[in-house]
Structure formats: structure tokens, C-alpha cells
Design a protein around this ligand. Sequence first.
Ligand code: PLP
Length: 396
Amino acid sequence: MLHVNENYSKIKPTYLFAEIAHRVSAHQAANPEAKIIRLGIGDVTEPLAPAVIEAMHKAVDDEAGKGAFYGYGPEQGYAFLREKIAKVDFQDRGIDISADEILVSDGAKCDCGNIQELFAQDVKIAVGDPVYPVYVDTNVMTGRGYSLLTCDAANGFVPGPEGCDADVVYLCYPNNPTGAVATLEQLQAWVDWANAKKSLILFDAAYEAFIRTPGIPHSIFECRGAKTCAIEFRSYSKTAGFTGIRCGYTVVPKELVAYAADGSEVNLKAMWTRRQTTKFNGASYITQRGAEAIYSPEGQAQTKATIDFYLENARLVREALSKLGYTVTGGVDSPYIWVDVKGDSWDFFDKLLKEANVVTTPGAGFGKAGEGYIRISAFNSRENVLEAIERIGKVL
Ligand code: PLP
């Protein structure tokens, strides 16, 4: 008789988005004429940059000629992409990361979900509350528990390391769901803590491209000493509309080590490379040529313009809710606006759905500390955002 991995029964059911979908379709069925505007999920709405489209078309042509055809690529990613990443995302910002510390992947979700395979079963894990659920569920699937770092108004949604005894801490800035960003001092405190404790920071920078405020760090590797205690995940999903194309990368510094049971050092980049070369066969050539085009002058300008567009949506939502008397976080260096609804988050969600035909995400779905908040996403057309704001203004 085949026995299943019982840990799967400990994962909370994907209640949140299923429940939202259920409530939205019930509302639509009862009100067939209603034009529902979805500011719930964080998927992009604007098309890919022309430079990316052009590069991917050309990459298809590269595959057409015999002899020029590309088969399996390097599992770490093509050098043409890794070198651009190292230069533009890091070295041009004065950050010491080289191409051989970068492993290209099919997105940040897989990498931040899979990375925990490198750690012993009994390591102590800490995650934020509220949290992007992937960090929690992937550890629960293997039978690990976890502790919570409360992110609330009292700490500006950026918890510090004081009192944290974890071996592995997941940090995400700009944050999903709160939209909060961390300062260099706040991240430096985590890095100093991790180095002192020989712990590891898993830094999710999926929303890095939304940072516009000078001085806000784009990478954990802007902190002194981060190369001995941190791994960083990046994604082209929100940066360049790649949610459906699938590409991202993970930075594992050469000098980063963890420890074997006998106390000897084990190189984490070698372990992650081994894991990826065993279980992953790389993002496609066409995808990586598309990602490379993001780093061309045209690609940089076009993707920046799209993010500026989402940021303007975010500013409009943020200002509208503030004017209505709500305390809001995020929406400045982030596509998410986290609204203190001064009450039950599902009740507030229902009110906006039923009275304004606007879908948001109840904060309670991201963890206990998310209760009392809703997340509004800026990923939509300007027309829809303006209409949603107007409708919300009428019912609140
Ligand atoms: N990390 C965070 C915090 C996210 O919000 C998301 C997607 O919403 C991801 C990672 C996943 O990114 P990708 O599409 O690259 O898998």
C-alpha cells in the first residue's frame, strides 16, 4: 500500500484565492450586469516590452537553421544573460556580484520554494506575518515548523532580528503583501545578526524594480558582510511582465557556507548548483534571449516606463484611500497598497465587492497579522483603477 507524505495534510488549503473566486463568481451570478474590477491578484496587465518581443522572435529564428539550433542549455543559464545581470543589476550599482554567482531559473517561486532542500530537517525557520505563502508551505511540506516575525504598524511592517533564534530567515522587500520597504540600516541589522549567529537570510527581491526612493536598497548585497550570510531571489515577472514567460534568477555568493553535522563547512553555491543541475534543465534559450533584451537601453527604458505606469496607479489608489481617512502602507516603491480597514478584512472585502464591484485581497489570507487589512494591487489599466477609486469613494 502506498503511503503519502502526511506533511501535505498540514498545509493550509489554498483557501484564500479559491474563496475570493467563489465570492466573486457568486456576486457576478447574482448581478450579471455588474462590471467587476479586479485589484486582487498580483498579475501584470501590460504587454511585454517591444525589445523583449523582438529578441524572442529573433531567438526563434536562431532555432530554425540546422547547425544554429540550440539544444539543452547550461543549467546555470546562458553566459550572455548572467553577464548582463551581474553588470547591470549589481556591478553598475557598486555591488560586488559576478556572473558565476548567478543561477538563472524559471522564476522566483520555484527557487524560493526549492532552496529549503539544502538545509537539515531540524533547522529553525522564521517568516514574516503576513507572508507570501510559498515560504511557509514549502517548509511545512517537508515536515518543518516555523516561527513568525510579526509585521505590523508598530514596527512599520519591518521586523528586526532582536530575539530571533532562527537558522534561516525569509525576508521580502519590497514586501508582498504589505508593500513596505526596508532601509539599509534595517537590512544591515539582519545581516549583522545572521553573520554573528551563522544563520542564513533568504532575501526575496521579486519587486526590486519598483524601488524609486533614493537610498532604499535594491539588494541585500548592498549590506556589508551579506555575501557570507545571504541568498537573493530575483524575478522578471513583475519587472518585465514575465509572469507567463517564466524567468528569474538566484544569487548565491561564492563564499557562502553552511555546516555539515561534523562542523565542517559546506559551500552553498556548489550545493544549489548540484540541486539545479540534477532537478532542473534551465529556462529556454528563447526566454533567456527575451530576458537579456531587458538589459538593452531600449529594454531598460521600456520596462521602466511600464513600472512607472503601475507605480502611478499605486499612487492614485494610495492617495484616494488616504483621503478617505484610511492609513495605508506601500504603494510608493511597490505595486501593493496595504490598507488598515479598521475592522474585519473579509467584511471589508465583501463591502467593496458587493457595493463597488471591486475585488481586493483580504489581509487575513496572508496570516494572522494580516487581519484588519486589505491588499490592493496596482496591476490594472488606468481606466479601471480610476473607476475603482471612484466607486470605492462612493461606498466608504
Ligand atoms: N516572490 C514574491 C514575494 C511574489 O509575490 C511572487 C509572485 O507573486 C514571487 C516570488 C514569484 O515570482 P515568479 O513569478 O518569478 O515565480
